[in-house]
Write a protein that binds this ligand. Structure first.
Ligand SMILES: O=C(O)CCC(=O)C(=O)O
Ligand SMILES: [Fe+2]
Length: 319
């Protein structure tokens, strides 16, 4: 039996070019319609990616006893073993802004003396992705309204920080044509910058509810918007449901960099963003309250995974 899949070529943001009205309008269009686009000329070298991939593969092959020292129920909590998100998914989280120290904290347990090299590679990746995330977010604000990046970047997004998740998906079994590596979800953060080794496993759900395979240019990174930005933009920027479907009999690696508001941030769309005469699509809420709402759901009631910020703070007004 073979499945047919519709696919979506992601809109391109070229980071080597100064944004102009035409590039900004296609960026805004992509953010509203899909909440997904791709970036090219992003400056993350393949060499850096390969170094990090190598460590990722090493983490994958370590014995479970070692990794379970880092979570889910130990004090460090940086490791998500298989069978939490899915039977095929395991992940290691490294918190910014001090990527070196947080990498070291896990690295000591995982790699022993080789840990320094790991921490250094993660630091370099974290710093570069932080810079990249800022530039992307500025472009998004610019696309939302004239002068919005100057007006809102510092005041609203000035305390954003990033964290990295190094994700390994184990291969589906020989008799499994297609398995869910990561189930349907929206990202909680403002924005995710994704370096997948195989983009064809990533699917986004259209507004009509159709799953689409994501297509990108070779070497580009995938950006998707999260719930916090959807709420901050009064629902005009879309945080889309997406998932990972594993189809090839090989493992898959992915580096997901999440750019998020600080815990205590009150998320409330500014008047100018809502626009005169428009209703509010979200009640104001504190960032960490939403994260707790999601974490509780994800762990305690697995069937309820998939709850979004609209379930948490939506007013019922559909933007
Ligand atoms: O692995 C991927 O390509 C996507 C991961 C993802 O969606 C996530 O970690 O939120
Ligand atoms: Fe995601």
């Amino acid at each position: 039996m073979s499945h047919s899949h519709s696919s979506l070529k992601l809109s391109i943001l070229d980071l080597s070019k100064t944004p102009n009205p035409s590039s900004l309008s296609s960026l805004l269009e992509a953010c509203k319609e899909w909440g997904f686009f791709q970036i090219i000329n992003h400056g993350i070298s393949e060499e850096l990616y390969s170094k990090l991939s190598l460590f990722s593969r090493q983490i994958c092959s370590l014995p479970s006893e070692t990794k379970l020292k880092l979570g889910p129920s130990s004090s460090v909590k940086s490791y998500t073993p298989q069978f939490i998100a899915s039977p095929f998914y395991e992940g290691l989280r490294v918190l910014g802004p001090d990527f070196f120290s947080s990498a070291e904290c896990s690295g000591k347990v995982l790699f022993g003396p080789k840990c320094n090299e790991f921490s250094e590679v993660v630091r370099e990746y974290g710093v570069k992705m932080t810079d990249l995330s800022r530039r992307i977010l500025e472009a998004i604000l610019m696309s939302l309204g004239d002068g919005f990046e100057k007006k809102f970047y510092g005041t609203e997004f000035g305390k954003c920080f990033g964290y990295l998740r190094i994700i390994n998906y184990s291969p589906p079994g020989p008799s499994q044509e297609e398995v869910e590596g990561l189930g349907k979800h929206t990202d909680m953060c403002c924005m995710t910058v994704l370096y997948p080794d195989d983009v064809s496993s990533l699917q986004v759900r259209s507004k009509e509810g159709k799953w689409m395979d994501i297509e990108t240019r070779k070497g580009s990174l995938v950006v998707n918007l999260g719930d916090m930005l959807e709420a901050w933009s009064n629902g005009s920027l879309r945080s889309s449901e997406h998932r990972v479907m594993l189809r090839k009999p090989r493992s898959r690696l992915s580096l997901a960099f999440f750019w998020t508001f600080e815990d205590e941030k009150l998320i409330f769309a500014p008047e100018e963003v809502v626009g005169e005469g428009n209703k509010r699509a979200f009640k104001p809420f504190i960032c960490s309250d939403y994260i707790h709402f999601r974490e509780f759901d994800d762990k305690e009631m697995y069937e309820k995974v998939g709850n979004t910020v609209r379930d948490f703070a939506g007013t019922g007004v559909d933007m």
